[in-house]
Structure formats: structure tokens, C-alpha cells
Write a protein that binds this ligand. Sequence first.
Ligand code: ZN
Length: 399
Amino acid sequence: MTRPGQRPTTPGRLLALLHRRGTITRAEATAHLGTARSAMGEAVAELAGLGLVRVGAEATSPQRDSAGRGRTSPTLDLAEDGPVSVAVHFHPSGADLAVIGLGGFTASLEQIPVAWRHEDLESSLQQVAQRIRAAVTRSGRICVGVGVGVAGVVSGDGRTVLSALYLGWTEVPLAEILETFLPDGLRVSIHNDAALTALAEFRRGAGRGASTLLVLSCEHTGIGGALVSGHGSTEGLRHTLEAGHLVLDLYGPPCPCGQRGCLELYCDGRALVKATGHDHPDAPSGSRAIILRARDGEPDAHRAVRDVANRLGTGLASLVNVLGPDRVVLAGILGDYLALAADDLQAHLHASIVARLHQTTLTSAALDRPVLLGAAEHLFEPLLADPVQEMRNAAFPGG
Ligand SMILES: [Zn+2]
């Protein structure tokens, strides 16, 4: 569980508005945040002085004066050379690495193939750390930190991967290992990848405006989940859920987690490949190929998708009953299931009394690479709460 930052300052609220909404006039920002014009003027000057915001040309604002005339007001924009974050997603075939600025703009993106063999884990991590280091240097910008998403259980302090079944990791002090290969002062934080997906969809994607958002996510292997709150002071508070290990069948096949008949055994990408009668379920390309064939209307592929979607629907209705979200977002191939078997999944959702009472809506995820975007969202939270203090304290390397 991650706690949101402290109550944001006026410069923080303005920077967060630009981060989420993009270019805006000063008059629109003043109206949106409900601040005094003098306070807005000070906030703009502070953010411009810190190199975070660029004040552009005067534009006619939609805000009208008492005579109905549009006022001119300078446009405000995020500085192009402002701070960046480094987001990394560890998955069974390697790591994706992105340098992401405010506004969610990706400055660079690379894929690092890694065979995660236990005996040379440290040298693999050293290799990833070197790529992180090179990416920060290349950006030439201040770096607020490194955020890593992993499919697994992460310690509350964000330092250790307690268990990542599909990477074969147990008790790996990942943050500490990476930091030994990184410049002093560049901090690493680790998160469950589904929690990062949920945060990104909540802030920038299909979860925007939800009161309680449930996200289920699957790339190919295993299913992750997270719940994000949209209420007042707990806005952005998230809980990781081991949703893939919800038991559907007590007498089902054994799961690596130690139980039997877990949800993910019936509806992740491997289950989809198996549902078409193929024997090699582990390659992620297998599930993607079936989704494409189902989209093309191939009956066998479509039947397999409906099969796994109905299993997913059974688990989903139970999760909604327990957690009470008003919106559910399905990410990765689960979003493809929804696109291809919407009636089945909506019927399962409707079977939940809680979904009917909360008028819970079900939708596919909207973002590309949500784990990386979520890691960046998390890393920018302190800066968006109090940019003046954060930049003053900045011991960030790279700038
Ligand atoms: Zn399990």
C-alpha cells in the first residue's frame, strides 16, 4: 500500500494541473484551482524560476469578463527540459525501460532482453542498472528517481521483492542491488506492476473520475490486480490485490502459489493458448496470436476467448462483491477478452448484486505501457505536492 503525498501547495496544484491536462491559459488555471489571481501569479513565477513551467504568448481565454469579452491571458506549459523519472518494468523475458517527463511524455524507451537465471541475477541487474545510468545521462535532465514494476509481492517500504513467482525470485533486495550500480542519490522504489497499471489508468486513462477503481491486468503469465481510491484526502491511495490467486475450484489444478484452482490458471494468456488445444502455452506471442485470430473472426480462437472470459467473469463478480468498485478496468489481454466477449463479461458483472447497486461499469484499459506510466506517476508525486521544496532539496543526479 502506498500513501499519497502531503496536501499540495498552490505551485504543486498548478504543476499537477499542467501534468494532467497539458497547456492551459493562466486565467483558466486560476478559475480551475479557485485561487486568488495574486497567488496564481506567485505560483507561476516560482515554477518558471525553477525551470518547471514555461510562460508563453497571450491567448484569448474562454473565461469572460462582466461585459462578455474574452480576456487575454498567457499560456502555461510544462518546460521541455524539466525533470524526468526512469520507469522500468521487469517481466519474464527482460525489462522495458523508459525516461518519462512531466505530462507523461516519454523521452526514450528501450527493451532489454534478460534471461533471469538465478545464479547470475546480480550481473543481470548490473546490466539493467548500466542502461538506467546511460539513459539518465543521455537525457541531460534532473532525474527524480527510478521506479520499478514487478509482477509479485513487494515489501511495504518498496525495497524488496518478497516473491515473484514467474521470475523465480524470493526475498530479492532489488532496490539495494540496483542502487549499488547507480550514481549516489538516485533512489530506486519497487512496486507491484498491476498497482502501477491501476495508478496510471486512474490518473490518465480509463479509470479517470472513478470513486473506487478495480483494475485486473494480464500480459500473458499470471493475473494481477489493484484497487485505487478516488475519494478526497485518500485520492490515489492504492492496494495491491493477488487477484490471480482467487480460488475458483478447490479441486482444480495445483498453482505455483501453493493453492489449487486459482483464477489465473483458467484465464491468463497461457490458459487461452491451452483452450485452443496447443501444447506450448508459455510464449507470450501465443496468446497475442489467438487474440488476433479471434478478431479476424476465426471460430476456434473466438470460442477459446469466450471460454476464458467466462471463467474470468466468475472471478470478477466475486471480486466486485467483496471490493465494491464503481468502475472496473481490464488491462492487457483481459481488455482484449472484454472487446471480444463483452456480452459474456457484462452478464457476469451484472450477476453481482454489488455491481447492480453501485452501477459498476466495466471497460478496457486505455493506455499503452501503463506500468511505465504508473511508475512515473508515482515518482512525480512528491514533486507535484510541493515543487518548491522538492527542487530546493534536489540532490538529483543528471541535472
Ligand atoms: Zn495461485
